[in-house]
Design a protein around this ligand. Structure first.
Ligand SMILES: NC(=O)c1ccc[n+]([C@@H]2O[C@H](COP(=O)([O-])OP(=O)(O)OC[C@H]3O[C@@H](n4cnc5c(N)ncnc54)[C@H](O)[C@@H]3O)[C@@H](O)[C@H]2O)c1
Length: 441
């Protein structure tokens, strides 16, 4: 068979700027982690781009390069950081307050972290009730705020020594919003920004500013943000990559591994009770019912799509699914996520599974931020515009084209991601059929 063509990809020359919205626990753990990796102070564990391999060709070919050697990704040495935050702490102070990384990972890079000072944020307390910020932009209209963000991006491009920029939302979860008339077209969005329509959340201003400055945008929180027709269209028109929502890290990652296993074995599910205790600032923000509602929607969606109750009413037609997040300061960033899962088997006999995941939220999120920065930059250089569904692997609530349901199964997502990389590089897709090994024999 002739080799597939592959895709023209511009080489990753020069520096890649990563503009982070929010300089809290996730962002500082990501930045400090990258700097430690660059100085040989630790391994980028959890990062598929840095640690993962990809099988090419037949199993007997024994070709499994590292992903970073297979696709032309920017290197970690080439990343340059900038951030916005309404809290004026520099990255060192913010990392110390977040309490995720220990002094031996922060002190040797103290001067580097102190050099990353947050730009004033486009912040509005109506959208994150539990935060009080002083480092904020002032403007008469939301449109003006977006213009100020655009100026920040241009300034970073000019002074940061960067050739390309990606933007990632790693800021607090905003209150729950549903798509409305203001979100349906670019003209309606711009008009709504002019007249300070409450339907326009700060996160939309960042996404709009990014797209107007030719910067790809990824959304790590469950906010609506770029998941609206207006910004999807803007990304298409301007040939830019976008995607979200909500980093898939702890409890939901486990859910999207376990639920497909039950379905694969045709085991029934009666109920799934998930609760969390969490003591960081994210936990405090999520203690507000309106921000929690945004998170709850994102966490609840996965079972419905994986289990397909319409197709399997006897197994999944009556699932009781509950998700709670409880703010509990003593634990800080070290979240505990409990799951009680009531399943049933042969003739309906009930069984239970308990999962108690003592995780570290930002330790799980940081490598996802790295991979998204590198893959969004790759996608942009490959001229893949609009929603990047192949990066669903990283999101709790993946954005899809209108009319498509999201794929949540972690291993289908992984297969899709790797097949996309093979396709980009002109390698055969791996179907897992494997009959040729036996027919030849
Ligand atoms: N850690 C995880 O496992 C995980 C998983 C999925 C999603 N997330 C999401 O990632 C986000 C960041 O989490 P975190 O633990 O770093 O939270 P955090 O509270 O430590 O940091 C968020 C930062 O965003 C800032 N912020 C709020 N509104 C802003 C705005 N309009 N502009 C700029 N900055 C703003 C806050 O001041 C804060 O410093 C949260 O929305 C969280 O829900 C985290």
């Amino acid at each position: 068979m002739p080799k597939p063509a592959g895709r023209a990809i511009a080489p990753p020359k020069g520096k890649l700027g990563v503009m982070l919205v929010g300089l809290g626990a996730v962002s500082t753990t990501f930045i400090a982690g990258v700097e430690n990796v660059r100085r040989g102070g630790g391994l980028p564990i959890g990062s598929l781009t840095q640690m993962g391999t990809i099988r090419l060709g037949k199993r007997t070919d024994r070709r499994s390069p590292k992903i970073k050697d297979f696709v032309p990704l920017a290197g970690v040495a080439d990343l340059v950081f900038a951030a916005w935050d309404p809290i004026p702490d520099d990255a060192y102070t913010a990392a110390r307050k977040a309490g995720v990384l220990e002094p031996h990972h922060l002190e040797p890079i103290g001067a580097f972290l102190k050099g990353i000072k947050p730009l004033p944020a486009a912040f509005d307390q109506n959208y994150v009730k539990r935060l009080h910020g002083t480092n904020v932009k002032r403007a008469k209209t939301k449109r003006e705020l977006a213009e100020q963000l655009r100026a920040d991006i241009r300034h970073f491009k000019q002074t940061g020594g960067v050739d390309r920029v990606v933007m990632i939302w790693a800021a607090s979860t905003e209150v729950f919003l549903t798509p409305g008339p203001a979100h349906q077209s670019v003209a309606a969005l711009e008009q709504a920004m002019e007249c300070n329509d409450p339907a326009i959340a700060p996160s939309m201003l960042y996404a709009y500013a990014a797209l107007m400055e030719d910067v790809p945008f990824a959304n790590g929180a469950p906010n609506l943000t770029v998941d609206i027709p207006a910004l999807e269209r803007l990304a298409e028109e301007r040939k830019l990559t976008i995607g979200g929502k909500d980093f898939k890290t702890g409890q939901t990652m486990m859910k999207t591994v376990l639920a497909p296993a039950f379905k694969a074995r045709m085991l029934g599910l009666a109920g799934w009770y998930s609760t969390n205790i969490l003591g960081n600032r994210d936990g405090e923000v999520l203690d507000d019912p309106e921000s929690f509602k945004t998170k709850e929607e994102s966490k609840l969606g996965v079972l419905e799509y994986i289990l397909q109750p319409d197709q399997y009413p006897e197994l999944y037609g009556n699932v009781f699914h509950k998700v709670r997040i409880n703010y509990y300061p003593p634990r800080g960033d070290n979240k505990e996520g409990w799951d009680n899962i009531d399943i049933f088997g042969w003739l309906g006999y009930p069984m239970q599974i308990k999962v108690d995941f003592l995780c570290r939220d930002s330790i799980l999120a940081a490598p996802i931020v790295l991979d998204l920065a590198l893959f969004f930059d790759l996608a942009q250089r490959a001229r893949l515009s609009g929603i990047q569904e192949w990066l669903s692997f990283y999101f709790k609530s993946p954005q899809t084209a209108p009319g498509l349901y999201p794929e949540h199964d972690l291993f289908i997502q992984q297969t899709k991601l790797k097949n996309t990389l093979r396709w980009l590089m002109g390698e055969e897709q791996i179907t897992h059929l494997g009959i040729e090994y036996y027919e030849q024999a």
